[in-house]
Design a binder for this molecule. Structure first.
Ligand SMILES: [Zn+2]
Ligand SMILES: [Zn+2]
Length: 432
């Protein structure tokens, strides 16, 4: 512990962390795996149970070395590093990734008055100023703050404002975090920390392991637990990491999985009283004909053949347009449709019980008398802020359907929440 800053007493965490949420999550995930006999399933469940039991331990030393040049810890570790210490085993920490509810360095002195850390800002990037494609976060939100910090301003700190709650949007911060970890490991060593070193930092480090080592969510969690048994990302983060896995270890904002996630986030924001303005709506397909290029949709790592197939599927899907029956104006493209599995009850938008793999299939789709779509810029009634209302064609004013932030039940029985519904009998499908 020689490198630690003087005057900082590291808190030893003696709290025992609840295991039941995670456990039931893993079990419920497990039951979704195909081709497992009930016997095998029981065995797997038993293994998981044992695994979660071993998690309840006392944490004594931090930060933890996760991989070469990659550390993981709590606010005490970060405070020690930022106020003048390196790490214990020769790999001096040069980069700190802070995942705290506030990006400001004053968080540390508010935590402990004796701490003062010198900083000099490098950049502040807000969601709107980021060049990446549309996110679920509102444009005015801070994406990250980057600064030089510590003695002689030798360290680089990136702070990402992130709360440890289940409905916090982790996905949209993930890629900037992973890029910073990469940068840190290239130029020195990086410490990823949150407050307790249990949920937020664990989730981000897991995403890093998933991406860099092509690990499943479960394997990444196991691997991190070998280093630190008490890690336990909250259930919302675990669900989002599952989405990350299913998108091929990246955040593909054009994928249906992401669109569903985004709608869910929008629905939550509405529920909490945020005014949802048109800036977060999808473009009006009636004004922008033709497919939008989505190069980021292609996985860098997939084979050339897969790429071509994927691109073909995408192009085909994009050619499908839904037109107002009365005036023929395009009101939605296939890419705007947020598909659901017929008769899935209330589960289709529930993060814990999602199913995404089923592709668009016209014969199955016949059972549903409505389409559910993303909110688009022509839906002026939605912008006015009502909880629910009718959707009219912006060109001829014909009634096309309804919207309701608290959900609409499809004719198949599924509840879609929030719902932007277009009644199929009021539109024509064209493939031109
Ligand atoms: Zn349906
Ligand atoms: Zn019309």
């Amino acid at each position: 512990m020689s490198g630690r800053g003087a005057g900082i007493v590291l808190k030893t965490l003696t709290k025992q962390f609840p295991t039941s949420h995670l456990h039931s999550h893993l079990i419920s995930n497990l039951t979704k795996k195909k081709n497992l006999s009930s016997e095998e399933r029981k065995k797997e469940a038993k293994k998981l149970k044992q695994r979660s039991k071993s998690r309840v331990r006392v944490r004594v030393s931090m930060p933890f070395l996760v991989r070469d040049r990659l550390y993981f810890g709590n606010i005490g570790d970060a405070a020690a590093v930022l106020s003048g210490g390196g790490s214990d085993n020769g790999q001096e920490i040069t980069h700190v990734l802070s995942l705290l509810s506030s990006a400001s360095i004053s968080f540390f002195s508010e935590w402990k008055q004796s701490i003062s850390i010198e900083t000099e800002e490098i950049e502040q990037v807000h969601v709107a100023g980021d060049e990446s494609p549309k996110r679920s976060l509102s444009p005015e939100k801070l994406l990250y703050l980057k600064e030089r910090a510590g003695p002689d301003l030798k360290l680089v700190r990136m702070a990402v404002p992130l709360k440890d709650t289940e409905d916090e949007d982790l996905l949209d911060y993930l890629e900037v975090c992973l890029d910073f970890i990469e940068e840190g490991r290239r130029e020195g060593s990086v410490l990823v920390h949150c407050f307790a070193g249990v949920s937020r930092s664990a989730a981000v480090v897991m995403a890093y392991l998933m991406k860099s080592e092509k690990k499943s969510l479960e394997d990444a969690l196991d691997s991190l637990k070998e280093v630190c048994e008490s890690v336990s990302p909250n259930d919302g983060f675990l669900d989002q990491l599952k989405i990350f896995e299913e998108m091929g270890f990246k955040v593909d904002t054009s994928s249906p999985i992401y669109k569903r996630f985004r709608l869910k986030i929008l629905g939550q924001a509405y529920k909490e009283g945020t005014r949802i303005d048109g800036s977060v709506f999808e473009a009006d397909p009636g004004l922008s004909p033709g497919p939008r290029p989505t190069p980021e949709a292609l996985t860098e790592n997939s084979h050339e053949q897969d790429k071509q197939e994927l691109e073909q599927q995408r192009q085909q899907a994009k050619k499908v347009a839904y037109r107002c029956k009365k005036c023929r104006r395009v009101v939605a493209l296939q890419e705007n449709v947020v598909s659901h599995v017929p008769r899935e009850g209330e589960t289709c938008f529930d993060w814990n019980k999602r199913r995404y793999t089923r592709p668009f299939n016209p014969s199955e789709e016949n059972e549903c008398s409505s389409l559910f779509v993303e909110p688009m810029k022509w839906m002026t009634a939605v912008e006015e802020g009502a909880l629910e209302g009718k959707l009219h064609c912006i060109h001829c004013d014909a009634r096309l359907g309804y919207f309701n932030w608290s959900g609409i039940q499809c004719s198949c029985g599924s509840w879609i929440t929030p719902a932007f519904q277009i009644v199929k009998s009021r539109v024509d499908i064209s493939t031109a």
